[in-house]
Design a binder for this molecule. Structure first.
Ligand SMILES: Cc1cc2nc3c(=O)[nH]c(=O)nc-3n(C[C@H](O)[C@H](O)[C@H](O)COP(=O)(O)O)c2cc1C
Ligand code: SF4
Length: 470
């Protein structure tokens, strides 16, 4: 594995250090742009880095020029789906509507992920500027920010930065409302988020935000909404200032730029760092996590709970949209949890599927029944109480768990379940034979906080049932 600085991790917050770092290998512009070496506490701090020019750049380019630049940059959404941002903006700009809205998704509910809150703590100004550019591009006067009420640190930074930028006239007359939400997984699902912004439980509705936006009346005109993740928006002012080619000078052709990774679990250190897309997963483990605590290879690598798990065989896989896809997984929100060999893969499957079952709202029969059936079977297998047919039954559920679903949660359970069946067939067979393996029990919850001084995350307490609206 490469030594610090010789890999393609190009900067960010290195766990255990508070001064930040970078290894730009001679390319001045390749210093991490999303995670500055020190937190920017005031607007003056931000202006001293060259920030504060987003409106000027928007006016220079015009709405079409902004969209063309974002499209040319190849920026893809960092909220999990990887949808091309410029195309999304072009769709919203062309849509009819009495009014349009720009929405920032700062919910960060994926287990193993702390990157949005790290970005907001370090530099909330770039994110608010990105939101202002999105609103400008689609012709919206009103924006919303959805964030968990328990994320008090990030929430305070957003409030302060919004007030400062607004008072300085740097985001024009854009009206921004911050909507604090409950700790439901579905608060981060875009259709659930729009419901929450309207003051309801975050139960995903039928139509996507570009069809059914905010505050629409029956029979009234459409009011479409654009929803983007924090990290997606954070990239925008930098792209508008430096150009699409600058952004494409890092990363791969299909995954340009950087991604802010979270690394946790049985690693020497837990933390967040900005890496160049295309960096091998093993480098991310070594450089961000300091390797595994026990010095051995990881047994199970989870990338959130909605992507197929990986193993030590995948340490050479490129952390990029296409690299993760080729490995049968997905980039998701790049939150990697590494488990050592004291953990049994069946336990991890049980914990991940239980998280998704608890998060499902039960509006769609196949998701409601399927997430439960899969979680129950993995839980029984984990304690050596599974039927010999359990793996086959799980496989059968993966075929129909996504039928007619309103949102992607059921697809997450499909990916996790099918992935464990495929990657760990021998372990599951042992459990199906009535044996419990004695592996360390784990539970999967979200990250509540990051203590940078000791390089460890604090995890949210386990909840037995957190079905939204329940
Ligand atoms: C169950 C579920 C939970 C999600 N949670 C989040 C979240 O916490 N934050 C987020 O940005 N996107 C989340 N998403 C993805 C959003 O629905 C949406 O795709 C994203 O905010 C779009 O932004 P982007 O195009 O910038 O990635 C979730 C999706 C699903 C299906
Ligand atoms: S797919 Fe599942 S979580 Fe999503 S709306 Fe339907 S029941 Fe709820």
């Amino acid at each position: 594995m490469p030594a610090l600085g010789a890999g393609r991790v190009i900067g960010g917050i290195l766990p255990g250090r508070t001064d930040g770092w970078s290894s730009n290998e001679g390319r001045v512009h390749s210093v991490a742009h999303l995670l500055p070496s020190r937190a920017l506490h005031t607007l003056d701090d931000y202006l001293s880095t060259g920030g504060g020019e987003v409106l000027e750049n928007c006016r220079r380019l015009g709405p079409d020029g902004v969209i063309d630049t974002i499209r040319a940059s190849g920026l893809r959404g960092r909220g999990g789906g990887g949808f091309p941002t410029g195309f999304k903006w072009a769709g919203l700009a062309a849509a009819d509507g009495a009014e349009k809205y720009a929405v920032m998704n700062a919910a960060e509910g994926e287990p193993g992920t702390f990157k949005d809150r790290a970005i907001l703590r370090r530099n909330p100004y770039q994110v608010i500027e990105g939101l202002a550019a999105a609103a400008y591009a689609i012709d919206a006067d009103t924006a919303f920010i959805g964030i968990k009420e328990k994320a008090t640190g990030a929430l305070a930074r957003i409030e302060a930065a919004t007030a400062e930028l607004s008072a300085a006239g740097l985001i024009g007359s854009l009206s921004i409302t911050i909507v604090p939400g409950a700790d439901d997984y579905l608060f981060g699902e875009e259709k659930g988020l729009l419901e929450a912004i309207e003051g309801k439980d975050p139960l995903p509705r039928l139509y996507p935000p570009y069809v059914q936006g905010l505050f629409e009346q029956p029979g009234g005109e459409p009011r479409p909404a654009l929803v983007n993740n924090v990290e997606t928006l954070a990239n925008v002012p930098h792209i508008l200032a430096n150009g699409a080619d600058w952004f494409r000078s890092r990363g791969t052709a299909k995954s340009p730029g950087t991604v802010v990774c979270t690394v946790g679990g049985d690693t020497t250190k837990e933390g967040v760092a900005e890496i160049e897309l295309g960096t091998p997963l093993g480098d991310v483990l070594d450089i961000v996590g300091g390797g595994m605590k026990d010095g051995g290879p990881p047994r199970v690598i989870l990338n959130g709970v909605s992507n197929s798990p990986l193993t030590s065989r995948h340490l050479g896989v490129a952390v990029s949209f296409e690299g993760m896809k080729e490995a049968g997984s997905g980039l998701g929100s790049a939150g990697f949890t590494f488990y050592d060999d004291t953990v049994c893969p069946t336990q991890v499957a049980a914990a991940a599927s239980a998280f998704l079952f608890r998060g499902s709202c039960g509006q769609c029969p196949s998701c409601k029944l399927g997430t439960e059936a899969v979680a129950e079977r993995f839980a029984a297998l984990a304690i050596g109480d599974g039927s010999p047919e359990a793996a086959e039954e799980i496989a059968a559920w993966t075929q129909r768990i996504t039928d007619s679903n309103r949102c992607g949660l059921g697809a997450g359970q499909q990916a996790i379940a099918a992935g464990f069946l495929q990657q760990f067939p021998d372990d599951l067979a042992i459990h199906a034979g009535g044996a419990a393996c004695g592996g360390r029990a784990i539970s999967i919850t979200t990250i509540a906080d990051w203590d940078e001084t000791v390089s460890r995350f604090e995890y949210s307490p386990r909840v037995l049932s957190d079905r939204p609206g329940g």
